[in-house]
Design a protein around this ligand. Structure first.
Ligand SMILES: Cc1cc2nc3c(=O)[nH]c(=O)nc-3n(C[C@H](O)[C@H](O)[C@H](O)COP(=O)(O)OP(=O)(O)OC[C@H]3O[C@@H](n4cnc5c(N)ncnc54)[C@H](O)[C@@H]3O)c2cc1C
Length: 532
């Protein structure tokens, strides 16, 4: 199917949130665009789903903290239906004995509130405030570069030279002390930084977990400072590091993006898996669907990860061996599972009031706890005592569960993609361990469960075509960032084959429901950007 008058200007492989943003931006500039999504619904890893009759939950991503303001402004997402059920979700770091640590607003942003729980020492309060200011300054730098196209590594053009100079200048502008500090800690591990500055185990455990959520790192792994900065680079309503929940779950974000795309005359087709990218005279000229249908377009833009796009859909024969080697080397092994519980009422967490359960709850009582949870994962085993990020979104949004009932959504770490012996045999045992840990904090939880769903990285890969079940289509590591993301030779969104572009989380700046990769890729397609 082609539009009247010939081929589309662009065909987008995949209707994840980045594909939708890219399509909407291209449509807005007057291009004729079609999205072909393999799944029966749009959204990729940013969807909502009914996992038990009457109970709906965000199927993968559950907290909205990284949506780039330029994306929401350009697509006017609120006009297209996006509403938040809460824009300032607090956090509670759960303590086994019930002396929890409560934060108003975002962790690391507002002062800690002590209430009846853990009381931070004056030293911790002032160190936290200093540390927070510094980390947010560094995270602000990342934020500014997320909506830009990285320069080429070999910087041959004036534009690339300018990009590199801008980066250098932005770091220099931090001032001598901050610049030194950034260079000192950027590649280092969050445990060392927190141990240098803070005393409270609960506080350090909570920040440590935030640093490693969705990554293949523990708090003592190099690079875990960077991953914390990445998480803190997000803003909600202009507040850095704030956490929000979309009304209707994460699918409401992609519904609004799809509405923006349709308003810009984008054609959207679901249940249309792409089998291959069609190449003629060394140029990508369209896609062939698994049904055999061919859709021709002047540009092919892939929201799928770089390995799938380049090796499976395009084929290594169209690429030089050095590039193929780099693509094969992309590390994307997920370590996070997703738990959904349907509850016949609100559970009781020891030491918490019902009103506290609307905050994000963390099970990460110390850095050692998180590191010990990480250890087995290095050897292909799941954590017997996993760390967790828990939300009960139905407290803020009654549309998610029948009256009086609730849904619980949790990210559970660590659950390695390549589990020794395979997930089929191990899943029930892991589920039991998770319930044991949760029950230690909420003794009546197990009795309230009417349905449950656990998605391992293997399930996430199969259901959502997420390679390795990895959040970001590729680890956020210093060697897989910026002008090396997904790999050198494709970091400006254009692949080495003319007419082919990448627009997903595997490209700069990375994953999270941000939309920046889709927005930046659209700008390159409009410019006719090439990889030279
Ligand atoms: C368990 C989990 C929890 C997370 N939690 C959070 C969170 O709380 N907050 C947050 O901001 N982020 C979170 N993330 C990360 C976030 O969800 C992802 O980084 C982001 O959604 C990736 O978006 P994307 O559009 O780049 O790619 P994807 O969402 O992966 O979309 C790619 C799309 O391409 C389609 N596709 C692939 N191959 C083909 C083909 N051959 N033909 C047609 N279509 C194809 C796929 O079906 C998919 O729809 C989480 C991720 C996971 C897995």
């Amino acid at each position: 199917m082609t539009p009247a008058g010939g081929a589309y200007d662009a065909v987008i492989i995949g209707g994840g949130h980045n594909g939708l943003v890219c399509a909407a931006m291209l449509g807005r500039s007057g291009k004729r665009v079609v999205i072909v999504e393999a799944a029966s619904k749009l959204g990729g890893a940013a969807t909502s789903g009914e996992f038990a009759p009457g109970f709906t939950v965000s199927s993968c991503a559950h907290i909205l903290n990284q949506l780039h303001p330029k994306v929401s402004r350009a697509l006017d997402l609120s006009r297209h239906g996006l509403k938040l059920s809460t824009a300032r979700m607090g956090t509670i770091a759960l303590a086994p004995g019930g002396r929890h640590l409560t934060f108003e607003g975002a962790l690391m942003v507002n002062e800690a509130v002590n209430g009846a729980g853990e009381v931070l020492s004056q030293r911790d309060l002032s160190s936290l405030s200093r540390l927070r200011r510094r980390l947010l300054r560094f995270a602000g730098l990342l934020h500014d570069f997320q909506a830009t196209v990285p320069p080429r590594l070999d910087a041959t053009s004036w534009r690339d030279g300018l990009g590199l100079a801008r980066l250098g200048w932005a770091v220099r502008r931090l001032g001598r002390d901050d610049m030194r500090e950034l260079l000192r800690i950027a590649g280092s591990n969050i445990a060392d930084v927190l141990n240098d500055e803070l005393d409270s185990d609960l506080l350090k455990g909570a920040i440590g977990l935030d640093a490693v959520l969705g990554t293949g790192l523990g708090p003592r792994s190099p690079n875990s400072v960077f991953t914390l900065l990445y998480r803190l680079s997000g803003r909600v309503g202009g507040v850095p590091g704030a956490l929000a929940l979309p009304e209707g779950g994460m699918g409401a974000v992609t519904d609004a993006m799809a509405a923006a795309a349709k308003a810009n005359r984008v054609d959207i087709r679901t249940a249309c898996p792409v089998k291959s990218i069609v190449v003629e005279e060394d140029r990508a000229v369209g896609v062939e669907l698994e049904s055999g249908e061919v859709i021709r377009a002047h540009a092919v833009v892939s929201n799928a990860d770089a390995k799938t796009t380049c090796l499976d859909l395009l084929g290594a024969r169209h690429l030089d061996t050095g590039f193929v080697r780099r693509v094969k080397g992309i590390r994307a092994r997920g370590t996070a599972a997703k738990l959904h519980l349907a509850l016949d009422g609100l559970p009781r967490f020891s030491g918490l009031e019902a009103r506290d359960l609307g905050r994000r709850l963390l099970i990460a009582p110390s850095l050692d706890y998180v590191e010990l949870a990480f250890n087995p994962c290095k050897y292909g085993e799941y954590s017997p005592a996993p760390a967790m990020e828990i939300t009960i979104p139905s407290i803020h949004d009654t549309s998610l569960a029948p009256p009086g009932k609730h849904v619980l959504s949790a990210v559970v770490q660590y659950a390695p993609y390549d589990l020794k012996g395979g997930w089929q045999a191990a899943k029930d045992g892991f589920m039991d361990r998770i319930m044991d840990i949760l029950s230690a904090y909420a003794p009546d939880l197990a009795d309230r469960v009417v349905a449950r769903e656990l998605l391992t990285p293997e399930d996430l890969e199969q259901r959502h075509r997420l390679p390795g079940g990895h959040w970001h289509h590729g680890e956020l590591a210093l060697d897989q960032l910026y002008m090396m993301r997904p790999v050198a030779g494709a970091a400006q969104y254009a692949a080495p084959v003319p007419g082919l572009y990448l627009c997903g989380a595997g490209s700069h700046p990375g994953g999270g429901v941000m939309g920046a990769a889709g927005m930046n890729a659209a700008a390159q397609v409009i410019k006719g950007g090439k990889q030279s």
